[in-house]
Design a protein around this ligand. Structure first.
Ligand code: 5GP
Length: 120
């Protein structure tokens, strides 16, 4: 786990193309790219291009409602694009107990195999 902070993260470097990432979807508001340590055949991270204080979901304010919707809708579009027609999982880890390691909000889109519940 990482210490919560509003400092720039590795995801800013990905947004700014300072480090490479395999981008699978992009528009003016969001970026979706493959997780460097995939936990399933498909494991994609969906992030806002502008963090605007949204280090994690627990920091969300009314002004973030639109971008939160964009992140989830992008997850749906990318799931379709990835052919996850039998289902998938969306995860947002928050804070130390949630095992959040990067403090720039991100939606995990995980699929391509059977998921288990409860997750543990
Ligand atoms: P969290 O644990 O914060 O919910 O998820 C952070 C995710 O970012 C992890 O799944 C981790 O593998 C991924 N990640 C960390 N650094 C990089 C990177 O430099 N590139 C990519 N593509 N993914 C990264």
């Amino acid at each position: 786990a990482a210490v919560p902070s509003d400092s720039p993260t590795i995801f800013d470097k990905i947004i700014n193309k300072e480090i490479p990432a395999t981008v699978v979807f992009e528009n003016d508001k969001v970026l979706a790219f493959r997780d460097i340590t995939p936990q399933a055949p498909t494991h994609i991270l969906i992030i806002p291009k502008v963090k605007d204080g949204l280090t994690g979901l627990s920091k969300a304010d009314e002004r973030h409602c639109e971008i939160l919707g964009q992140l989830l809708y992008t997850a749906k579009l990318v799931a379709k694009q990835e052919g996850l027609d039998d289902g998938f999982r969306i995860v947002i880890n928050d804070g130390p107990n949630g095992c959040q390691s990067v403090y720039h909000i991100h939606v995990h889109l995980i699929g391509g195999r059977q998921m288990n519940w409860p997750p543990g």
